[in-house]
Write a protein that binds this ligand. Structure first.
Ligand code: CS2
Length: 442
């Protein structure tokens, strides 16, 4: 049977009317649905916190979900098997190119939270964390315009919650919005400061892209024809720092943690999980693997991950991080062979991802007089991957191609040019570059 609210109500003999719209999400993708939508669904039995979810790029996800009245099946996949549940928290799915809908959703006084998953590249930050206001990233510009409309219409407060894998993501968003609001008026600036709360978060749930066979599995196991299910792992984590001036769902009842200092948790996740992911994405593909589970089963990849972790860990000194347990759990998660997490998907936007996942460890290790060999391995694998001619996706693809072209076939020069796109400081460090180039010859 086709999954929609009328059919679900019939099948379960209960009412499944859409929840009141109080949250706007930007970046409707599988991760949002397995994470924030799931947290909200888990704790909102009274239907008080409906999400209006806007797509970030293509309208396809909105079209598919709109057909199903926002409903979708979440498949929680472990080595032991699959569990299926229907998530109901998305009240409406809309294409963000529908500008009127977007502005009116953000300006709706009942809406008090905006969450974002627009990817690292969606922030378009320069090395100082500022956005180019003369050419601002598309989605951030839209958000600023919509928030300004909210201010003019009634000015009620709102919490803006970044859920992207960037350190201090709330602070970055605040800087970006402040830069853009500076172009509006001083009243607008004051409102932003007084009434808009920027919440930083660390988010975690491994969620691969849905495949045709996942759609078939849902149909055969549940009887629902769902064109847009999401497959995810059992593990999930959400750590938040910041205020919700107009309230929020009881996300803590589903395990979300509200902390005063997010940084140690976000670094642990960004460096150990995401850093290892990026390493596996490049080294793994170069060694002929296509999924994380395949790559981590390869002793050479595992060795490289452990080498990088040893360096990253020296920067994770806060109490309570329980690194041995965290790493053991990570290796188990990576090894979940029923989650087919494609390395090619993780490899996207490496020029932005390596900046937050690897560079901080590399610079700290070098400053401490250590070799930073483990980090060098990641950069060598990334450069070798790009130089191998494999198809890649990167928001800075033009610069990457130019870095390679201008080296005129000199691999060492190309490698240095590529690394300079991520960190000029690392590219200018002869010791570091020496290690990268030496690894290239092995
Ligand atoms: C991955 C992340 O695609 C990537 O770059 O490293 O999406 C990762 O799966 C999530 O952050 C896990 O929480």
């Amino acid at each position: 049977m086709k999954l929609n609210r009328a059919n679900l109500a019939n099948a379960t003999e209960s009412s499944v009317t859409p929840s009141a719209e109080r949250i706007v999400h930007i970046g409707l993708g599988a991760f949002h649905r397995a994470h924030q939508a799931w947290y909200t669904d888990s704790v909102d039995s009274n239907g008080e916190w409906g999400i209006v979810a806007f797509t970030g790029r293509s309208p396809q996800a909105a079209d598919e979900l709109a057909e199903q009245d926002g409903l979708f099946t979440l498949v929680t996949r472990s080595e032991a098997g699959d569990e299926f549940s229907v998530v109901k928290s998305i009240s409406r799915a809309v294409d963000i190119n529908d500008a009127n809908e977007f502005v009116s959703a953000i300006a709706n006084p009942n809406v008090v939270i905006v969450t974002l998953t627009i990817t690292e590249a969606g922030y378009g930050m320069d090395a100082n964390g500022h956005i180019d206001t003369s050419n601002p990233p598309r989605l951030l510009h839209r958000l600023a315009v919509a928030l300004e409309t909210r201010r003019r219409e009634h000015g009620k407060g709102i919490a803006v919650v970044s859920c992207d894998n960037i350190p201090n993501n709330g602070g970055l968003l605040q800087t970006a919005m402040t830069d853009l609001f500076g172009l509006f008026s001083s009243d607008a600036m004051r409102w932003l400061e007084d009434k808009v709360s920027f919440v930083s978060t660390s988010v975690d749930r491994i969620t691969p892209r849905t495949t045709a066979s996942d759609i078939e599995t849902v149909a055969s196991e549940t009887g629902w024809n769902d064109v847009s299910p999401v497959v995810t792992e059992p593990f999930t984590d959400w750590v938040l720092e910041g205020e919700f001036p107009e309230g929020r769902p009881d996300w803590h009842l589903a395990g979300a943690k509200f902390v005063d200092e997010l940084e140690p948790f976000e670094n642990r996740k960004l460096w150990l999980l995401n850093g290892a992911h990026s390493l596996l994405a490049y080294l793994g593909q170069l060694r002929g693997h296509s999924t994380v589970a395949q790559a981590i089963a390869d002793a050479e990849c595992l060795d490289a991950v452990e080498g990088f972790w040893a360096e990253a860990e020296r920067g994770l000194t806060a109490p309570g991080l329980e690194l041995p347990r965290y790493k053991t759990a990570l290796l188990e998660r990576f090894s979940n062979s029923r989650i087919e997490h494609q390395l090619a998907q993780i490899a996207n936007d490496g020029s932005t991802k390596l900046r937050v996942r690897i560079v901080p460890t590399a610079l700290r290790e070098l400053a401490d007089g250590n070799s930073a060999d483990g980090c060098a391995r990641v950069f060598q694998a990334w450069a070798a991957f790009l130089l191998s001619g494999t198809k890649f996706n990167d928001s800075r693809a033009v610069e990457i191609r130019e870095a390679i072209r201008s080296a005129k076939g000199d691999q060492a020069a190309a490698t240095r040019n590529l690394i300079a796109l991520v960190s000029e400081e690392l590219a200018a460090n002869d010791q570091f570059m020496g290690q990268v180039l030496e690894l290239a010859t092995i």
